[in-house]
Design a protein around this ligand. Structure first.
Ligand SMILES: Nc1nc2c(ncn2[C@@H]2O[C@H](COP(=O)(O)OP(=O)(O)OP(=O)(O)O)[C@@H](O)[C@H]2O)c(=O)[nH]1
Ligand SMILES: [Mg+2]
Length: 693
């Protein structure tokens, strides 16, 4: 593939709801551009983009895929993003690499949740947006119904520039409103050009007029011409549509059937003619040395700044980083500087990907996307620049993974491989987080949802040969003492040999939540020699960490050491540690324990219609609503406190409650006592588990 200057590059993210046909369209574009001799099918598992074993098995995309094509002298980098909500991390990477989004919408299913969700994300990022109404060949396909839904959901900026010729099994081609041309598809992916069919002219003309009006309104010179002559040429309309698209004021609508393929060549032409090039995009702000801000425009001769938007670990090839160059150029066999990680990197070969295939390139200039293998430290979200001029671009703003499961290797042999595999999959996918809470001694994996976790578990098995099982993660409970008591710790063994002698008297009392542990020394007259006073504390702390009744650590207590006895020969550090531990156990025996559970602060963002359901559900989860406020765009924010134990599956609960329209964040707030009816059960289970282990 030739090296292109920014003006002849288009970076397009294919986005939209799962199943709308993004991967099929990606395949059709490759085929139409002559990059493939035959089209693969998602069902057959032989498409360029869904090449991962996991994608073949599920029949959906689970990771972002890059494939460039050349069309009319323009290089189009296609970024096929997964539509399934669990894989949002890759979608967000795609949005950062792209200069425009093409929303693929099924003419059968219409506008779906993920279209709305991604629309909002793209709008917030100021990304130009267009639509491809797909599957017009399918039974029950309707362009009019779909267009109606698009306009309802996304407003008047939705502007058809094509109409279908026929629908369902009669779908034969597309009408181009710009040039008053029609394209029919009988043989192969390229349409045969002709005039508008007579029966459709009456329907098409008003659409064209509307488009002219809209275009003229946005451009004074076009308005003048329109008023003078009463009509604009196709070329002039394209100019207007192009400007409107670049400013995100127009969302052009194109039509077709990716699987056939019909209309795909026209789509490619429109992308080449009217989609914004990297040079049409506003400059980006990078951080230079000493926190100075620096504006970067898309200039191949500017300072180098490239954003890594996707990392793929391959057990054979190693790590591959996909990057988008914002300024400057990346050359093979050069030294780069990862300013995010503050480390130097050596670049060998540069290439581009077509699905899983590599194609070497001689350089990757500003505006283009490239790939590099075997960098030592670099991963998704990092900025590559040069040592002499380090630059950092804003990181990819990813959502926090909040769906948690505990994972364990199936066999002992897998244990060593597990931590390597976990490290690698976290590098590949920053929306996976792994934690090992000391309270539960579990390895907890956080992801975006069930499908996400499942695909990671599969990936660990396939790519790294680690077989893991997963189950609900334990809640990191804690225990504390119920009441203030005095207790005795006596460790005396003096029969034969070197004896052991330590006796301590302590008082243990509960402290307010969050106080931790206090140790008070009230020994008078040397009842315990000074050097053994810390020994008693050490014994107590060790027992607290391990938990006394449950395996959960004890917190929020004050221990006062007020008396004791010792022996000049047989007393030792170890003996007093044991006495301390025994004294704490004695206190717990006398006073009993309270179980504490983590309470999290939750913020839920939903369309107003769901507020009632979310509050009701929160109440049933022992949650307390702190407040509800409107945040604009018909959305409300519900703030609540809820026990973590009730929230482990909230990612799934909220999705089913709102059909995927809600989002939430969650963070630890404080520990609280577990209500006694629940505590008894948990303590009994914990005791049983402790005895078994
Ligand atoms: N009849 C018909 N079927 C299509 C068309 N486009 C896609 N399909 C089928 O629709 C199904 C889903 O297509 P995909 O391309 O996997 O959809 P996707 O948008 O990539 O889905 P995710 O990867 O899950 O986001 C597949 O079975 C395709 O064969 C089309 O134009 N006509
Ligand atoms: Mg797909």
């Amino acid at each position: 593939m030739n090296v292109h200057e920014p003006r002849t590059i288009r970076n397009v993210a294919l986005v939209g709801h799962s199943g709308a046909g993004k991967t099929t369209l990606n395949e059709a574009l490759l085929f139409t551009a002559g990059a493939l001799t035959r089209m693969g099918k998602v069902e057959d598992g032989n498409t360029v983009s869904d090449h991962d074993a996991e994608e073949v098995r599920r029949g959906i995309s689970v990771s972002l895929s890059l494939a460039p094509i050349e069309w009319d002298g323009v290089k189009i980098n296609l970024l096929d993003a997964p539509g399934y909500a669990d894989f949002i991390g890759d979608l967000m990477g795609a949005l950062r690499a792209a200069d425009a989004c093409l929303f693929v919408v099924s003419a059968v299913d219409g506008v779906e949740v993920q279209h709305e969700v991604v629309w909002e994300m793209a709008a917030e990022a100021g990304l130009p947006r267009a639509f491809f109404v797909n599957k017009l060949d399918r039974e029950r396909a309707s362009f009019d119904r779909t267009l109606d839904q698009l306009t309802k959901a996304f407003g008047t900026q939705v502007a058809p520039i094509q109409l279908p010729i026929g629908e369902e099994h009669e779908f034969a081609g597309v009408i181009d409103l710009l040039d008053r041309r029609a394209y029919r598809y009988e043989d192969g992916p390229k349409g045969t050009e002709g005039d508008w069919p007579e029966d459709l002219a009456a329907k098409a003309e008003p659409y064209r007029e509307k488009l002219q009006d809209a275009v003229a309104e946005g451009d004074d010179s076009l308005l003048e011409k329109y008023l003078d002559v009463g009509e604009l040429t196709g070329e002039e309309i394209v100019r207007g549509v192009k400007a409107g698209l670049a400013d995100a004021k127009f969302a052009p609508v194109l039509v077709g059937a990716a699987a056939r393929p019909i209309g795909v060549d026209r789509l490619a032409t429109f992308i080449a003619d009217a989609f914004p090039s990297p040079a049409d995009r506003p400059p980006v702000t990078a951080l230079a040395k000493g926190e100075a801000e620096r504006e970067l425009s898309c200039d191949p001769d500017g300072p180098l700044a490239a954003l890594v938007f996707k990392t793929v670990s391959d057990p054979y090839v190693g790590r591959i980083n996909l990057f988008r160059v914002l300024s400057g150029k990346v050359r093979p066999d050069s030294s780069l500087f990862n300013a995010t990680k503050n480390s130097e990197e050596r670049v060998g070969q540069l290439f581009t990907l077509r699905g899983k295939d590599h194609e070497t390139v001689s350089e990757v200039p500003a505006g283009d996307i490239g790939a590099v293998a075997k960098l030592a430290h670099t991963a998704t979200g990092d900025t590559l620049s040069v040592k002499a001029e380090p630059l950092t671009l804003p990181a990819i703003d990813l959502p926090e993974p909040l769906y948690a499961v505990a994972i364990e290797p199936k066999t002992k042999g897998d244990e060593d491989k597990l931590s390597t595999a976990l490290a690698r999959i976290q590098e590949d996918d920053p929306t996976i987080r792994v934690d090992r809470p000391i309270e539960t001694h579990e390895t907890v994996m956080f992801g975006m949802g069930e499908a996400h976790i499942d695909s990671m578990v599969e990936r660990m098995k396939r790519k790294f040969g680690v077989d893991v099982v997963h189950h609900v993660a334990k809640v990191p409970h804690k225990e504390t003492i119920k009441a203030k008591v005095q207790a005795l710790g006596r460790h005396v063994k003096q029969s034969g040999g070197h004896g052991q002698y330590a006796i301590c008297n302590i008082e243990v009392e509960p402290l307010p939540r969050g106080s931790g542990f206090e140790y008070v020394d009230k020994i008078f007259g040397g009842a315990i020699p000074n050097q053994f006073i810390p020994s008693v504390e050490k014994g107590i702390v060790k027992t607290m960490t391990e938990g006394v009744v449950t395996p959960y650590p004890m917190v929020d207590i004050r221990v006062t050491l007020y008396d004791g006895k010792f022996h000049t020969v047989d007393s030792s550090d170890m003996a007093f540690q044991i006495a301390g531990s025994l004294a704490l156990r004695d206190a717990v025996q006398k006073a009993g324990v309270n179980l504490l559970e983590p309470i999290v602060q939750v913020e839920v963002l939903v369309p107003e219609a769901y507020t009632g359901d979310v509050i009701g559900d929160m109440n049933s989860k022992r949650g307390r609503i702190l407040g509800v406020d409107s945040v604009g765009a018909g959305k409300q924010r519900i703030r609540a406190l809820a026990p973590q134990a009730e929230m482990t599956r909230y990612a799934i609960d909220l999705r089913s409650m709102t059909g995927g329209r809600g989002s939430f964040t969650m963070k630890f707030d404080h520990y609280e006592e577990v209500p006694s009816h629940l505590a008894e059960k948990i303590i009994a289970e914990a005791k049983k588990e402790r005895e078994e282990s």
